[in-house]
Write a protein that binds this ligand. Structure first.
Ligand code: NAI
Length: 255
């Protein structure tokens, strides 16, 4: 059985694609020949990334969408399909975190915003992805969860709850749509050097900062390229027997 390791001309959509893990992944996939739909609420960064990709000979379009808004997500998927045809692989990556804080002190609004972006956002995208993939003979949905979706994450309980929810959506959809040839997997990184994490590191005391920097046996942050390459592999047919699972990229944290 020969399985293609290529993403050439595959239409891949990524949310939160303007920064961090999303931007690194979009650039890598475009450099390997994928047709990228890059979506984000940050249009300036997203448009700049698309220009860089196109200047380097790649194929990419930017579409603004706020994943916490079902209508905005529906418009994103309609526009993406009109540009490049049905989405063949999708990476639900857009996400936010919150300032580490004891659970009883976290404002309810912070909890609800984390749910709206990280969990409802993935839900809205998955529904649109399933609709397009059902009409196109299948596809692969990859959710960016976190080690905080697999284990305790003290001081970021609201964030952790959303990522556990994403794991639930991933596993349930994998079983529901296996016969329809739609696969669902997740990746679960530990702390990765992105603007999200740099922002937290800048706003916590030294004890917490050292705890984050040395939270895994490798005693370092992950780099975005180390996540992008795993996502790029998942987007190929080489991952074809994998569904309902997660790839843990954590420097050994959960070992
Ligand atoms: P980042 O902050 O660099 O990128 C997140 C992107 O999502 C930004 O471009 C932002 O504009 C976009 N975004 C935020 N709210 C949005 C919304 N409502 N609609 C559409 N786009 C929105 O962060 P990073 O670190 O690259 O995070 C990407 C994903 O990886 C997130 O889901 C995060 O939870 C997850 N993750 C990150 C880890 C890390 O240590 N950096 C570890 C584990 C998971």
């Amino acid at each position: 059985m020969a399985l293609s390791n290529s993403v050439e001309n595959k239409h891949i959509l990524i949310t939160g694609g303007a920064s961090g893990i999303g931007a690194a992944t979009a650039s890598l996939l475009a450099s390997r020949g994928a047709k990228m739909t890059i979506s984000d609420v940050n249009s300036a960064l997203g448009e700049t990334l698309v220009k860089q990709i196109v200047n380097a000979g790649g194929q990419a379009m930017f579409i603004y969408a706020d994943v916490s808004d079902a209508q905005s997500v529906a418009e994103l998927f309609n526009q993406a399909k009109a540009n490049y045809g049905a989405v063949q692989a999708a990476i639900n990556n857009a996400g936010i975190d919150h300032t580490p804080q004891a659970m009883h002190l976290v404002d309810d609004a912070v909890f609800h915003r984390n749910i709206a972006v990280n969990l409802a956002g993935v839900w809205y995208c998955m529904k649109q992805e399933i609709i397009q993939m059902l009409g196109n003979g299948g596809g692969h949905v990859i959710n960016v969860a976190s080690v905080a979706g697999l284990r305790s994450a003290p001081m970021i309980a609201a964030y952790s709850a959303t990522k556990h929810g994403v794991m639930g959506l991933t596993k349930s959809a994998a079983v529901e749509y296996a016969k329809a040839n739609i696969r669902f997997n997740a990746i679960c990184p530990s702390f990765i050097r992105t603007p999200m994490v740099e922002n937290v590191l800048a706003n916590v005391d030294e004890r917490v900062r050292n705890g984050m920097l040395k939270a895994n046996p490798m005693k370092r942050l992950g780099e975005v390229e180390e996540i992008a390459t795993a996502l790029a592999w998942l987007c190929t047919d080489e991952s074809s027997f994998m569904t309902g699972q997660s790839v843990v990229l954590d420097g050994g944290m959960l070992a």
